[in-house]
Design a protein around this ligand. Structure first.
Ligand code: SIN
Ligand code: FE2
Length: 212
């Protein structure tokens, strides 16, 4: 019997149906970063407004058939970039492949992402506790890729008041959640000062979802 057959040090179960895939995005780092640079030149990062009229803490853009947008009307998915009324840039093959492979690695076969939200965090930026529930099909998972400076991801339960686990994330880490954890609350703690050799004092997060 192979005593080590089940040991996968780079795949950690956070809670049921939620996994941290350490360094998973590094295999294709170069293509990812080149595609990211190209994307933000086509659809620039911008601070969207909340319904209440406050600028969001992270700058955002999107690629794929659908993009997540927020303004005074609230938040929703839209086929067009409100900044220029054109479709969002296509999802690069490097992004698509990473998302599908990471989902499968976490046990979610047949992930069909049609939306990729790109968040850019400066030092001090954060993301409040929320659920991802603007999508139509909660059977499809969420794949979240971290690039740049480190962050602490807080992963809670189905109730806002549930205790949250604090998960340190570094460049290349991927989190996948779905199934029983698909609607769990989550957040990003304010980013500490740091610099990444390529991306500078920023964290980028790519969130892949099947929205439509
Ligand atoms: C989010 O939950 O929308 C963003 C998560 C992250 O930046 O890692
Ligand atoms: Fe989220």
């Amino acid at each position: 019997m192979d005593l080590f057959a089940n040991i996968q040090p780079n795949k950690l179960e956070i809670v049921k149906d939620a996994y941290l895939l350490k360094s998973y995005a590094l295999a294709n780092e170069q293509s990812l970063l080149m595609d990211l640079a190209e994307l933000v030149s086509q659809a620039p990062l911008r601070f969207m407004m909340t319904k209440m009229g406050f600028a969001m803490s992270a700058a955002m853009t999107n690629c794929g058939a659908l993009g997540w947008v927020s303004d005074r009307q609230g938040y929703r998915y839209d086929m067009k970039d409100p900044a220029n009324n054109k479709p969002w840039p296509l999802m690069p093959v490097s992004f698509q492949q990473l998302a599908v492979l990471a989902a499968a690695e976490a046990g979610f076969d047949n992930f069909q992402p049609d939306a990729c939200l790109i968040n850019q965090y400066q030092v001090g930026a954060s993301m409040g506790l929320h659920q991802d529930k603007n999508e139509l099909d909660f059977n499809q998972p969420i794949v979240s890729v971290s690039l740049g400076i480190p962050a602490v991801f807080k992963f809670g339960g189905l109730a806002r008041t549930d205790k949250t686990l604090r998960i340190p994330l570094v460049h290349g880490d991927v989190i996948v959640w779905g199934g029983e954890s698909r609607l769990n609350f989550h957040a990003i703690a304010p980013l500490k000062m740091n610099t990444h050799p390529i991306l500078g004092a920023y964290r980028y997060n790519l969130t892949f979802r099947k929205a439509g």
